[in-house]
Design a protein around this ligand. Structure first.
Ligand code: ADP
Length: 416
């Protein structure tokens, strides 16, 4: 019988990647696309999508049974009735929604995840005040629009992308306070991530060499795709992302919401992915060291000894999680003359913050931490892993993949 392959596509901030896997979850091939600086973003995304798929060998493409796409969370587009973007998209970090936050605070319940200047809903309410809004028919996330180019159904999203649009993932509906608003007609219908939406459009399937029965599935966000890629699966499993900032994600039986600490939960089937983000992380390391220095200095750290240096590494004042203090000052003193000793103190302090973060999630009701997978630029640092293992006292496992596109492919495989 014919083999069945699954395609996952990840749209990140600077580029996109795609992975094809087989039914044993083995990665068979990968393609990449770098965005460059074309000002017309949606045109670039469309080109990237088609070129990522076309770059796989024909014999892989024509056995693909399912496709899922992840995009950056809260990157949104306003489309007309034909699915054409009316405007440039608003990117994940665009905070012009600040202007409508007071309005949003009046209509949404306290502590709701939409209450942020960058949320999808804040962006939609900002758009509502712009002159071209009357032609708008659909609000779509990046992943929704890209999937639409493949399956042709307008107005479809998933419950990961739609969390910050206000979708209620407990009751599987939009809440009344949202459906009462004038913008309610633009809200997409929401599916389970990975669920098949429709087969590939015949014309697109022919153009890309995909079989006519290839299903295009509901997608997810880039950070959830990265979580799935790690292989974390049971409650108590967590992924720590050691990127520019420190991001914790813990799989839990129970959801945890806490606006004070910026903690919210994504639904993952009948489980919850509880997340918190600290402002400490690799960006602070980069302020003092190059990547090469980080590598060779780390190798000289006596990792079995606990550093007595107690820092709070931040680029600028202010922290949200695990301590909420908008005025919290970076603490980087005393600074030893020996660079290895200094780096040891930084890594040890970040490991303490990580441990405190998981303790915080647990104290708020999340399933206790039992196993950590690591993602991001700091994941390759074995000295840091040893320090973290000592501080955290749980099992550390190697991630199946560090590539969000692999997580999206898993979603397509499991969903189909
Ligand atoms: P992001 O996507 O959040 O910008 P990445 O996951 O690409 O970040 O990771 C980049 C970060 O990783 C940088 O801030 C850098 O300081 C850190 N980093 C890179 N190599 C190492 C290393 N060997 N040890 C510790 N941190 C590292």
């Amino acid at each position: 019988i014919d083999p069945a392959f699954y395609l996952g596509i990840d749209f990140g901030t600077s580029g996109a990647r795609a992975v094809v896997m087989d039914a044993h979850e083995q990665q068979l091939a990968e393609t990449r696309y770098t965005f460059g600086n074309n000002r017309d973003r949606t045109a670039t995304w469309r080109i990237a999508l088609f070129s990522l798929i076309r770059d796989f060998p024909t014999e892989l493409r024509n056995q693909i049974r399912g496709i899922a796409i992840d995009g950056t969370s809260s990157t949104v587009l306003l489309c007309d009735r034909a699915g054409n973007p009316l405007d440039q998209p608003l990117l994940y970090n665009d905070d012009r929604g600040q202007a409508v936050l007071p309005t949003l605070q009046r209509i949404a319940p306290p502590d709701h995840p939409v209450l942020s200047a960058t949320s999808s809903l804040a962006k939609l309410l900002w758009w509502q005040q712009q002159s071209h809004f009357s032609a708008a028919r659909y609000l779509l996330h990046q992943a929704d629009w890209l999937a639409y180019l493949l399956h042709g159904q307008l107005g479809v999203s998933d419950y990961h992308n739609s969390l910050k649009l206000g979708y209620d993932v407990v009751h599987f509906c939009y809440p009344d306070w949202l459906t009462r608003l004038a913008i309610a007609d633009l809200l997409p219908s929401v599916r389970v991530p990975g669920e098949a939406i429709a087969p590939i459009l015949p014309s697109v399937g022919e153009e890309l060499g995909l079989p006519p029965d290839c299903q295009v599935c509901a997608g997810t966000t880039d950070s959830i795709a990265a979580f799935l890629a790690s292989g974390a699966q049971v409650p108590g499993d967590a992924v720590t992302s050691l990127g520019s900032t420190l991001v914790l994600k813990l799989l839990s039986h129970i959801p945890v919401e806490n606006a004070h600490f910026g903690i919210y939960s994504h639904r993952l089937g009948d489980r919850w992915l509880v997340g918190g983000a600290s402002n400490t992380g690799g960006a602070v390391l980069q302020q003092f060291f190059t990547v090469e220095q980080l590598q060779y200095l780390s190798q000289q750290i006596p990792t079995h000894q606990e550093s007595a240096l107690n820092y709070y590494p931040l680029l600028k004042p202010g922290e949200r999680f695990p301590i909420n203090d908008p005025q919290l000052q970076p603490r980087l003193q005393p600074r030893p003359s020996n660079a290895v000793t200094f780096l040891h103190g930084l890594l040890e302090s970040m490991a303490r913050i990580e441990a405190e973060g998981y303790a915080q999630l647990q104290a708020l009701g999340a399933t206790p931490l039992s196993c950590i997978y690591t993602a991001g630029g700091g994941a390759a640092n074995t000295a840091w892993s040893q320090i973290r293992a000592r501080q955290l006292g749980v099992t550390f496992r190697q991630a199946a993949s560090g590539d969000a596109a692999y997580g999206a492919a898993l979603l397509a495989f499991r969903g189909c």
